[in-house]
Design a protein around this ligand. Structure first.
Ligand SMILES: *Cc1c(COP(=O)(O)O)cnc(C)c1O
Length: 823
């Protein structure tokens, strides 16, 4: 029987898992981004809000008392009380951080500047504080990870012989735990730091030195899975967000202020509802409230969220057994630590068949001490030949396997630079070359620009670790995955059923280790312009993400692409567009454009439904408010709702309630975003460009490269996965990547660039089944750049042709670029 946790017994763990039925087969490894709320929490909050009348705490004493009660409970949760710390409710860590620096008095009474000192490995939200501190004339000093730790380690308390001449204040900000890799910075050293332990280091930096040290602890990542005990270590200020601990409510955080340090926060400027004792509206006179939290909580508190917070604490104590130190957070911290350690050890041992390491880990501890390491593992993968697998590529595979994790730099560029060895100059150059935080440019000059972060929460089990590792091995290491034997605990109850959550079936493959030629070395022998390329197929996709309508002869070129191509889309109850990524059955809704009856006929497993092809007066009556088409494109689209009956039919087919079919309004002129020459092309509901061209010879080449013997697609089915509008046949593969413009029949198109395929290509367009191929082979062959097919936009007819119809079997004549476009 497999063990789920090395701390929590299987029965209890099973109870915990039952709270997260909504995950289905999703493997959630992004706990550092947000924790997951258990179902019981929502029930409790719901019941409470339904039973009680909560009002604005400014007017309602009962609500106010409830909040004060919760304030005490939260302070107790951090092992302190109102006599030592004040709790200020904020909207989250970031607001807490800003409040401190806005209110902090850096300079002394005789106007000597103070300092703001930050560890470089802080979250961006802390780094940004320097702008506020600078505006207050504080000296800005940063300290590296190594210098910070070494200074702390080597510090011996000395009696001060020097007189303290400087009465200004120093604010030091560092994280209790790195959000980059889970390293836990020492927090038992607060007294040392306040004693001036960094003075010697700062002297070397020739900055002002003084002894009025204030410690700002960013505990946002730390408190998610660890116990913060404010009775043993007492930073002056602590910032945190509650969704990172409990998953709910979002938009609520705390600033904890040590009462004896509250005086230094005297520069708070703003006052608002509830924060003043007296204010004169016609004279510059006001007096802020005395109690710290009353002075700092401007406006109306998010009182319902605070009510929810009470239940967060109680539900957690019901759900989590107190196995370690008789404490739930200590139990969670051990449970998640051992999961992360298990992953860390498995990844460190992963090697390719030629013996080279498959994983580079970006850690600052080796998981030997839970005091130094939290439940996060950060890494990149490398191929057999030593080249990196970019994080974006990894992300696509993880998406395919329904594994949630974080890729990129996780808002911590300091740690990212340190671990990836990127200098400031290189960072700036990458930015100049177009790389931005959070984009898909994962490799520049062969070096990674970010990494993969896996973080665990109390809902995770060893099964999640295994799911991730087996995905990595299957897609990137190509060996047999042997589940580690974990006999950590003996349980009394041996009859616990471990649920099989895996509902998506991947075709099992025969694993063999193969030596493949990399695409990087593959140069097409002939770049033949006078080729005998022809347009073999035209396809349109009337409903975005649904099946293709293949055209036998010719089709009209419209202002936004082919006529009726992606004119319709299916949206969910929440107004967000549904795609095959979320529901693979969509590809089985196959549409037929029927000009005789002027309708669009939809087929789904034998069931048929028709909607009119022409927009009627009635449709216009049902025009929707402008809505967002997709969260990626951030486009706002205008459309018409196609009515209840088709909506019901589609909801039935796909098994999702409350779907709607929307048609793009003809006067909605979406404009193509990026266009090299600054031209604007109008778009239908397609994501990127008007047309996607696929070369069948390239598909054939890819097919030959796929070594997975269980992948049985024929050439046509494989071609269909790429969902091209234009399928051409050429004598040579890959040549389309060199084209700049192309004439097809009597029409000229401009090449907008390569199409970066997402995991949609892993959906069999006939059955909706998910497979690992061809994505795996594409990414292996193209050196991590998942590019297949090219985007086109329409330039116009050639030779005075007036007819806007493109015919199949037309000749395709490309024009090459002068310089080789980078692959
Ligand atoms: C998440 C996080 C923040 C920012 O928190 P918000 O909730 O986005 O304000 C700051 N620091 C660390 C270490 C974090 O993990």
């Amino acid at each position: 029987m497999s063990v789920l946790s090395s701390v929590i017994d299987n029965q209890r763990m099973q109870n915990i898992r039952n709270e997260f039925g909504r995950l289905g087969d999703k493997c959630y490894l992004e706990n550092a981004g947000s924790a997951l709320y258990p179902e019981a929490l929502l029930t409790k909050v719901n019941d409470d809000l339904l039973r009680n009348v909560y009002l604005n705490p400014h007017s309602d004493k009962y609500t106010k008392d409830c909040i004060e009660q919760i304030r005490c409970t939260v302070l107790n949760y951090f092992n302190t009380d109102q006599s030592s710390y004040s709790l200020i409710f904020t909207s989250g860590t970031t607001q807490s951080l800003k409040l401190i620096v806005e209110s902090f008095q850096f300079h002394s009474d005789d106007d000597e500047n103070g300092s703001f000192i930050y560890l470089r490995d802080n979250h961006t939200s802390v780094i940004g504080l320097r702008e506020l501190a600078e505006a207050k004339n504080a000296d800005i000093i940063h300290i590296s990870h190594d210098n910070f730790l070494n200074t702390l380690k080597t510090y011996k308390k000395i009696e001060y012989s020097e007189k303290i001449t400087n009465k200004s204040n120093t604010l030091l900000a560092y994280p209790a735990q790195s959000n980059f890799n889970g390293y836990k910075y020492p927090i038992d050293c607060v007294q040392k730091l306040k004693d001036g332990c960094l003075n010697s280091y700062l002297k070397k930096q020739l900055c002002g030195v003084n002894c009025n040290w204030y410690i700002l602890l960013d505990a946002a990542t730390f408190v998610a899975t660890s116990k913060l005990d404010l009775s043993s270590s007492q930073p002056d200020f602590v910032c945190l967000s509650f969704y990172k601990v409990f998953g709910f409510p979002s938009g609520l955080g705390a600033l904890l202020v040590k009462n004896t340090s509250a005086n230094v926060l005297k520069q708070k400027k703003y006052f608002g509802g509830g924060t003043v004792d007296i204010v004169l509206s016609s004279e510059d006179f006001h007096i802020k409230r005395h109690t710290l939290h009353e002075r700092f909580e401007d406006g109306t508190l998010p009182f319902l969220s605070i009510i929810a917070l009470k239940h967060c604490l109680s539900v957690m104590s019901c759900l989590i057994p107190k196995v370690i130190n008789n404490d739930i957070m200590d139990t969670i911290s051990h449970h998640t630590y051992y999961l992360a350690k298990d992953l860390y050890l498995q990844l460190s041992e992963l090697v390719h068949s030629n013996g080279t390491k498959a994983v580079v880990l970006y850690m600052d501890s080796d998981f030997t001490d839970i005091k130094e390491q939290g439940a996060i593992v950060t890494f990149n993968l490398i191929r057999e030949d030593g080249s990196y697998i970019g994080y974006a590529e990894f992300q696509h595979m993880a998406d395919l396997f329904n594994i949630s994790l974080r890729t990129g730099c996780f808002c911590n560029s300091g740690s990212c630079q340190r671990h990836l060895n990127v200098t400031n100059k290189e960072m700036k150059n990458m930015h100049k070359a177009g790389h931005k935080c959070g984009d898909e440019i994962d490799i520049v000059n062969g070096r990674p620009t970010g990494a993969v972060r896996v973080s665990f929460g109390f809902h995770n089990t060893f099964n999640d670790v295994d799911k991730l590792v087996s995905m990595i091995i299957r897609c990137f290491v190509r060996q047999q995955y042997l589940k580690p034997n974990r006999n950590l605990v003996n349980y009394n109850n041996n009859n616990i059923e471990i649920p099989k959550t895996n509902t998506i079936t991947f075709k099992e493959e025969i694993l063999s280790v193969l030596n493949e030629k990399n695409f990087k070395n593959h140069i097409p022998e002939i770049l033949n312009t006078g080729s005998k390329a022809t347009l073999s197929e035209i396809a349109i996709f009337p409903i975005k993400s649904c099946g293709a309508f293949k055209i036998k002869s010719g089709w009209k070129i419209g202002a936004k692409g082919f006529e009726y191509d992606r004119e319709w889309m299916i949206i969910k109850e929440n107004g967000v567009c549904l795609t095959q990524k979320q529901n693979t059955l969509m590809c089985m809704i196959s549409p037929v454009v029927d000009f005789t009856n002027r309708c669009l006929t939809l087929n789904f497993k034998g069931s048929v439904f028709s909607i009119p092809l022409d927009i009627s007066h009635d449709d216009k009556e049902r025009s929707t408010a402008p809505f967002c088409q997709s969260k990626v494109c951030m486009d706002v689209v205008k459309g018409y709702d196609c009515g209840d009956t088709v909506a019901d039919w589609i909801s039935n087919c796909l098994g999702i309630s409350y779907l709607r079919l929307i048609r793009q309004a003809s006067d909605d002129n979406r404009i193509q975003k990026k266009n090299n020459s600054g031209e604007h092309n109008m778009l239908s509901l397609s994501n990127q460009a008007q047309y996607l061209l696929i070369n069948k010879a390239t598909v054939q080449w890819l097919k030959n490269k796929i070594r997975d013997l269980t992948f049985t697609d024929d050439l046509d089915s494989l071609t269909d996965r790429f969902r091209g509008n234009l399928v051409i046949d050429t004598a040579h593969e890959l040549i389309e990547r060199e084209w700049q413009t192309v004439t097809i029949g009597k029409h000229q198109f401009k090449v907008e660039g390569p199409c970066s395929r997402c995991q949609m290509v892993c959906i069999d367009q006939k059955t909706g089944e998910k497979t690992v191929e061809p994505l795996r082979t594409i990414s292996a062959e193209f050196g991590g750049k998942m590019r297949f097919g090219i985007y086109l936009s329409y330039l116009g007819p050639v030779n005075g042709c007036k007819d806007l119809v493109l015919n199949t079997n037309s000749q395709v004549t490309p024009y090459l670029s002068d310089d080789n476009i980078s692959r």
